[in-house]
Structure formats: C-alpha cells, structure tokens
Design a protein around this ligand. Sequence first.
Ligand code: ADP
Ligand code: MG
Length: 723
Amino acid sequence: MKKREAFSNKTDIENIPGISTVRKKSFASLGITDIGALIDHFPRAYQNRGNIYTIADAPLDTPVSLILTVGTDPKSVKIRGNLSLTKFKAFDNSASCEIIFYNRTYADKSYPRGSTHRFYGKLTRTRGGFSLSSPESEPYYEGAKLLPILPVYPLATGLTQKILRTSVRYALDGLYSEYTDGVSEIREADKDPIPAHIRKKYKLCTKAFALENIHFPESEESLRIASDRLAFEELFLLSVKLSYTKKAQKEKNAPVMADTELGEFLKSLPYELTGAQKKVCEAIQTDMSKPTPMNRLISGDVGSGKTVCAAAGAYIALKNGCQAAMMAPTEILARQHFADLSAMFERLGYTCALLIGATKASEKKRIFDGLKSGEIDFVIGTHALIGDKVEFADAGLVITDEQHRFGVRQRAALSEKTKGVHVLVMSATPIPRTLALILYGDLDVSQIDEMPPGRKKVDTFVVGEPYRERLNAFIRKQVDAGGRVYIVCPTVEEAKPDEDEADLNFEDIFGLFEKEEKSELKSTLEYARKLREEIFPDIGVGYIHGKMKSGEKEAAMSAFASGETPILVSTTVIEVGVNVPEATLMVVENAERFGLSQLHQLRGRVGRGKNKSYCVLVSDAKVGSASQKRLDVMKNKTNGYEIAEEDLKQRGPGDFISTSAEMRQHGKLKLKLAQYTSAALMMNASAAASEVITLDPELEKAENAGLRHALGELDLARSGTLN
Ligand code: ADP
Ligand code: MG
C-alpha cells in the first residue's frame, strides 16, 4: 500500500477522505478544523461490544452485545403511511429472539438467512420470548476484525458515529503510524508533553498509546490507562501553566503601600471583624506593602463578609494616595456595593463614584475625567469599568467580585489599564484547601471559613416522593406568608430518547460512582408548566435556565424578587450573588444528582432575610445508599468548607475541577477528563509539575521539548496576567 503523507496537529481535516465542504462545516460547529482538534474530540461514552452475552444470560433493557445467526428470512410490512417494520428471528445456542427494525426495508438484504452478526442493543422480554429492537450490527465471520469497544462521540447535525469513527481512525493513523501493508503500527509520538522520567515515575503510558486507546480501546483496562494518562496531562499542564503565571506576576511591579494601618477603617465599621476576616486583612496588609503585585483570591461562602476585606484593601490604597476600583458582574450588585461602601469612604474623606452602563453620559464624562485626574479615589462599577475611556491617574488596587462571572479577558482588562497594580478577586465557591492550591496555583488563596455572628441556620430536610403533597402544601404556605420559593431541577428539557446507546461511561471507567437506579429527572420547563397549570394555578410561577437570553433571565429574576412570580423553577443558573431576602424555601428536585457543594450553594440562596428559611432536598435515593448518605451531610453541616471536604471524600475532585475550569477558562487548555479523576492523581500531577520545573526552570532540556511545545501550542506559556 502507498505510504500516506504524515499528518500533524495543524493539518486541515479536509485531508481526511470523505470530509466534504458540508461536513467540514458540521465539524467546525464542534470546534474541529484541524487534526489536533479532531483527536482531542474524545468520546463521551463507549459501547462495550466485546462482552458477548447469550440471549439466555443477557441482562434485559440495557445495551448488550450478542452474536446471533439469522434464522428466518426478514419480512417487511407497512404498518401505516410512512412506517414500515422489518422482522426476523435470530438465535444463538441458548435461545432465539425476534429482531425488529423500523423503516429499514433494506435490512432484508443485510441479514440473509444463515448469516451471523454481532448485534448491539437492548434485549427485552416479550410474551413469546425475547426481542431486540433496532440494534446496531456488524457481520461476524471467521477472521472478522471487530473492535471490542466502540467510541460514542458527541455529534453535531450532519455527522454520525460512523463518520466520526472513520475520520478519527484515519487521523490517528496519519499522526502515529507507518503504513506497512495497510497494517497500522503505533510508534512513540515525537513529542510527548509529559517527559519520560515523569511517565516512568507515575506509571503513565505514552501520548500515542493514550490517544489510540481513548478512541479505540483494546480493553476496559487500556481505556482506563489512557484516560488516566490524559487526565494527568491536563492537570500537569495546568499546574505548569499556573506556576509560570505566578512567577511572571512576581516579576512585575506594583505600588508599595507604606502605611497599611487599618485602625481608622475598622473603627468606622458597625461591627467587629470575625477571626477569619482579620486573617484575610492581615494577608492583604502584608501583600500590599510589597513592591510585587498582590494576586489574592478571597473565597468564602455567601454572606461570610468578603466585601469588607476587599474594602480594607481599598482603604490601604486610598490612604497611600492611590486609587481603587471594584468591578461587579451586574448593575444590581454594583449599586449594592456602592450604597454600602461609598457612605463609609466619603465619611473617611475619599471621593467615590458609580460607573455602570446606565450611568448618564454627562456623569460618565465627569467620572472619566475624575479618574484620569485623580480626583475620584474609589470607583465601583460593572464591566463599564473596562471601557476604553477609563484611565486611572494612579491605581493601586483593582477588585473583582464574583470573579467566575467574568471572562478571563474582562478581568485582565481591568488590571491592564494600570502600570502595575495589586489585585483582589472574590469568589463564593468554597473549595478544599488542597485543591485550591492546585486549581488556583497562580493566586494566593485566603479562605473565610467562619460566618459573622447571628446567622440563622436554614433547616434542611431530605424527603422522597411520598411527601409530595405535604411539600406542595408547604410551598403554598411560604407563598401565603409573603415568602418566595426556589425549585431547582436538574435539566432544562426532557432528555431526547434517541441518543446513541452506550454502556460504558467515564464515571464507570474511573470507578468513581456507585451505580444506582436512575430515577426520572424533573425538567425545568416541564415542571414549571405542571406547577402553573395543575398545582398552583392561582400563584405566579416563573422559570429561568441557562439557555435564556440575559435580558429574559433578568426579567425572570426581577419578577421573582418583586413577588409577581413568587415561585421560580430553575436550573442551577440562579446566580450566587443575587439577593432575594424574601426567599424562604429552596426545593431541590432529584437532589441526588447534585454535588454537595452545589447543594450548599443552592441552599445559600435562602435565609438571607428576617424570616426562618428551609431547604428541602427531594430524592428517591434508597436508605443506606451513597446518595442518601451524601444528602444526610446537608442536614447536619452548614460550613461550606466542611461540606466541600466531604464532597471531595465522597465524589472526588470532579465537581471542583469543572467549576474552576468554567470560572477560569484556561485558554485552549481544556480540562475534559480531569474531572473524572481521583484526588490522588490530581496531587501527583501537581507534584510532577513542581518536579519538572525544579529540575529545569526554563524548560530548556531536551526531555522537556514536548512540554515546551504543548505550552506554546496552548498559548499558555508566560501570559503574565491574572486570570
Ligand atoms: P459576601 O461574602 O457574600 O460578599 P458580604 O460581604 O456582602 O458577604 O457580607 C454580608 C453581610 O454581612 C453584609 O451585610 C455585611 O455588612 C455583614 N457583615 C460582614 N462582616 C460582618 C461581621 N464581622 N459582623 C457582622 N456583620 C458582618
Ligand atoms: Mg459578595
């Protein structure tokens, strides 16, 4: 066979046979334009077709593989209009079953009597015996090369599993194999981002093996080895990236704050700082007295009092003759901060301004001038602060609130307006310290793990379906008393039934979660309609989900806040920062589907006002199951950090990795498989990154060529800005 030209990651996918202009567009809609992106398009699940069952032994109603011989001639009948049915019998040495296809009259030709096939589908029990409806199949004969495990890819319109499978196969062969007589032979990739000594120490396979086996695994074991290796790589690259970002930060300058005394500021507060707040303020004082920029993340539960710590930083900047800026993700939050902080700072003799989209043009001009001349000391606003016309005379500190709601560019843009500045970001997602050190490796992290005194506990209940009526009565009671009720559902719409079947997921491969019976999932839209039409026809029921436009979301939120729709059915999008003090009840449907930290965030939306608040977790999890135990943690614990630690113990680091990846958007580096790994693997990846950097700080050695190359390709090398 003719030797094919070798591919590189940059090769256009049009070099793959069968990729037409139209298909190219379909691939592009998945973000795939070159070979590199194609092989990075990992399967979402797998079909384990290598596990052959007999009809008699196969589990029912779950996808299985069967090798069957066709026993009767396929017969097609028209049932109605455009629906036809093709049926035939097939057997193995244990039993026989009926095979049914819809609208596939050509099946007559594909399954001649006496032919044998490997079928993959769900076996069901019928009156007369067994039936297999619309299975996938491959001809089975002496010497047939059938893959044991087939990948199931995320698709886009115009693409099929078959197109993806053959395209990826062709791409892998072009990248990694020499063609000899048409038999592909994997050779070691030239450039493996993980140096050989690290692979050896942590028992990781090569990149070539990993890519081959993530797509076309030889066995479940090799699939696990491949996915472990790729997850390790993601976290390893992330750790290396973050340590270079941190190093680059240390090489920059920021104004030295000679006077970090907080006495006057603290005296102006109507309360004492909590111990945790004091520690954060001390860290800020130390950071800001240095000539290198502070890059500190303040994390702490909603209501833990992060704002006042950031304000202490602003006070230090102003006191030392510099300006401060605070950026919030919404106008509501910006106004709230301005109302709270401007009074205090004006009393201390500083000039404050509020800059948001709605600010009048003349006022905007006044603020731009004031910031440029230095007349305005402290500006609070939305992303209007990163507008072109904003210039600072002498900025000392920039603060970003609810940092996850800004894109990387937006956050960086604010500090880039200055010559060198101290930076504080605030986040309301408690995360175990060990993970924070890795996932926020470029930042110094302060945690506020203690609530100001006097917070009321939100009473939490775990209930099952038999409580439905009582729960509905309780919802009504809260609304009648002037309260608001959140009802959170796990999905937006009902799942589509025609998804490609698969019996092997990354969760199973990594062995993370115990398999449990899946209960029916409540969907936001369906459930909102049901509540509105059947259960609470006399009460306003609104809904909100992530696919709505931001204007629609805001309208839904304000109708809820005003009491026009006192019941809000929602996915988890309801924003962390939004404050509806009248909300007294949080109901979470299919609660076993959520991580503990997520449940904790949801619960934090209530209990913000004067009235007693409740959280009801609805779940059919069985008594004694892992889900049930997890939900019980919510009943007993209120501290976000303790809950996060428990979450890590029970479910691994996945949820934290995926939220942090969403929050931080690490350029082209995607954390796809990392979220399925164990905490141990994550620690190893981080340790490996430190080892490599310690041995070769500039990554000049030949063994690190692949790593250097990967960092370059991902644009993550030495971006010096906080993100
Ligand atoms: P978050 O961390 O969610 O941003 P905030 O900074 O908005 O929380 O604080 C929540 C509320 O708690 C505010 O009304 C604030 O004035 C109040 N607060 C903050 N610290 C203390 C404290 N040490 N003692 C009493 N109340 C406090
Ligand atoms: Mg806040």
